[in-house]
Design a protein around this ligand. Structure first.
Ligand code: ADP
Length: 248
């Protein structure tokens, strides 16, 4: 075997080893973070429930803020854990004929409360005829669209709109998630599917994120022999497209 090939194989093994270490590190730190955050949450809850005596309105107000912020961190840590887990379980994809319209309907429904709370209109433009099934791992498909719709809501401002569409092209089913949000700057577009990448305008929005969602989403789409891409203009909005091969 030529020297260069040996070097490449050794380099690849080293990368795999480093990746496994990183994955373990995320898992260990996330579990430890979650334990401490949960302990804090329950202490704050006891204060809020009046277990340590009555609080003034101002104290309750600050306690509530701390409680909510703690809760957001716990959700973020859970997201990191589930993404880490999803990444490890990417190899075990169980695919079955899946009705994506039904699945999207459920995912959109699950986000109704969240979008309403944020003052964003979430609309699923359902096709008026039945579509063919796709061969998919339903759980992973659900995570793919949860990530895209959650981002569309997260990176939008009050009064924004999010449209979800689905249609059949030649041999693929195409789903789009369009928002009228903050958009992705040209110089950040290339890195958007990278691990841990968060664009400066997203960080400035003061919303929590890990920069892992799109990275995993892309890998999951590709496990389905699909394609994911986007079009975006800063300050105007973003549309993510997903193509999944259609059955038969
Ligand atoms: P995060 O946890 O930060 O949301 P993601 O991997 O889901 O991580 O997304 C990576 C980055 O891509 C985000 O931090 C943000 O900069 C950008 N992004 C993703 N979706 C959108 C969107 N709909 N509008 C604007 N920016 C987006």
């Amino acid at each position: 075997m030529p020297e260069e090939s040996k070097d490449l194989i050794a380099e690849n093994e080293e990368l795999k080893r480093q990746n496994a270490i990183k994955s373990d590190l995320i898992s260990i730190s996330a579990h430890q973070l979650r334990t401490s955050l949960s302990a804090m949450k329950w202490i704050l809850k006891m204060f809020l429930d009046g277990d340590f005596g009555n609080l003034t309105a101002e104290q309750i107000n600050f306690m509530k803020k701390a409680y909510e912020s703690d809760d957001r961190m716990i959700r973020l840590v859970n997201e990191m854990l589930s993404i880490n887990h999803a990444e490890d379980s990417l190899e075990t994809t169980h695919r079955e004929p899946t009705d994506l319209v039904k699945l999207l309907d459920e995912v959109v429904f699950d986000f109704t409360g969240e979008s309403y709370k944020r003052g964003i209109e979430l609309i699923f433009l359902k096709p008026d005829h039945a579509l063919k099934d796709v061969l998919a791992d339903e759980d992973k498909m659900r995570v793919i669209f949860q990530n895209l719709i959650e981002n569309a809501i997260k990176y939008s401002n009050k009064g924004g709109r999010v449209f979800v569409t689905i249609s059949e092209k030649a041999d693929v089913t195409e789903i789009s998630v369009r928002d009228t949000g903050i958009g992705i700057a040209k110089e950040d577009q290339e890195q958007i599917f990278g691990k841990f990448f968060r664009a400066p305008n997203a960080k400035a929005q003061d919303v929590v994120g890990s920069g892992l969602g799109l990275y995993t989403t892309k890998r999951m789409v590709e496990k389905h022999q699909g394609k994911i891409w986007f079009e975006s203009t800063t300050g105007e909005g973003t549309t993510f497209f997903v193509d999944i091969p259609t059955l038969g």
